[in-house]
Design a protein around this ligand. Structure first.
Ligand code: NAP
Length: 316
């Protein structure tokens, strides 16, 4: 009997064909709908490899039930959806997809910054709805990006990519990490200083116990009333209740979010009532070439693991 590889969402044929000769590849064949928990539980019990999406909760209960499991390959660079301690205890490898998505996610992050600052999506709606009556001196004006100060919280791979883009806009860049790095033309700042001095605050840390709720009322109060907050990292790092209040009371000028505490963002979420919020459906790494490269890394890791070879991009 061939070892079973279970894929939790419909992936393109070419992404999985390399595995099909040696393994029994099973797949949840829906593209839009995530695999139901009970189906995933049953499949995990039989699988040697799980190829997971960031929307799957791979928790202790599931990991302990998956007695044959050797690897969990996650189609993302973030892995906050997986209980690493449980995987480690069972000797299960967990892999992610770093590097190949860095530039694509940096593009989106900078694009969201521009869209938020210059109200691009709001402005487009006025054209389509007929609200655009005439050119007005202060109509649809936003925050200037060129020459502004950008504060990056989490200056890692994607942060550096955003920094390179910010250079073309002559922005002054400051960053906050747990460890200082030696980077040219970029200044380290403590979190409070970064928040109070930046025109744009961009979050690019992983979601961890430490970063959960990192940006709450106190932090938003420190920001300028002309500042924009951009989150392309993970929902849960920003306290959405506090963000709603800050945007509603115009304590900060605007925000751009690609990620949310609950995804998809429910239509009745009050954040959607705000006109100074730009929202995207978690598309940071959604480039066609990039997604194929990410899948390539996952397939490679699964094949290496099941063949007893060394595994790249292990996070545990
Ligand atoms: P990375 O290279 O590991 O960078 C993360 C940075 O965050 C590191 O420099 C780290 O520095 C810093 N950090 C970690 N914990 C921190 C804390 N408590 N306080 C301050 N800084 C902290 O990761 P990456 O490849 O740039 O990706 C970053 C995140 O972006 C991922 O984890 C993922 O969740 C998210 N992402 C989202 C999308 C999307 O579709 N929206 C796409 C790709 C990635 P220190 O360790 O020195 O603190």
């Amino acid at each position: 009997m061939k070892p079973i590889v279970y894929i939790t969402r419909k992936l393109p044929e070419e992404a999985i064909k390399g595995l099909e000769n040696s393994y029994e590849v099973r797949m949840w064949r829906e593209e839009e709908k995530p695999v139901p928990r009970e189906v995933l539980m049953e499949e995990a019990k039989k699988a040697s490899a799980l190829w997971t999406m960031l929307s799957d909760q791979i928790d202790r209960e599931l990991i302990e039930a998956a007695t044959d499991l050797k690897i969990i390959a996650n189609l993302a660079v973030g892995y906050n959806n997986i209980d690493l301690d449980a995987a480690r205890e069972r000797g299960i490898a967990v892999t992610n997809t770093p590097e190949v998505l860095t530039e694509t996610t940096a593009d989106l992050a900078f694009g969201l910054l521009l869209a938020t600052a210059r109200r691009l999506i709001e402005a487009e709606k006025t054209v389509r709805s007929g609200e655009w009556q005439s050119w007005t001196p202060m109509g649809m004006t936003g925050q200037d990006v060129y020459g502004a100060t950008l504060g990056i919280i989490g200056m890692g791979r994607i942060g550096e990519g955003v920094c390179r883009r910010a250079g073309g806009f002559d922005m002054k860049v400051m960053y906050h990490n747990r460890t200082r790095r030696s980077l040219e033309d970029v200044e380290y700042a403590e979190l409070d200083e970064l928040l109070s001095k930046s025109d744009f605050v961009m979050i690019l840390t992983p979601l961890t116990e430490e970063t959960k709720g990192m940006i709450g009322k106190r932090e938003l109060d420190l920001m300028k009333d002309t500042a924009c907050l951009i989150n392309v990292a993970r929902g849960g790092i920003v306290d959405e209740e506090a963000l709603y209040d800050a945007l509603k009371e115009r304590k900060i000028w605007a925000a751009g979010l690609d990620v949310f505490e609950q995804e998809p963002l429910p239509l009745d979420n009050k954040l959607l009532e705000l006109d100074n919020l730009t929202v995207l459906p978690h598309i940071g790494s959604a480039g066609i070439r990039t997604r194929h490269q990410m899948m390539g890394l996952n397939a490679e890791a699964i094949a290496a693991c099941l063949a007893g070879q060394s595994i790249k991009n292990r996070v545990c």
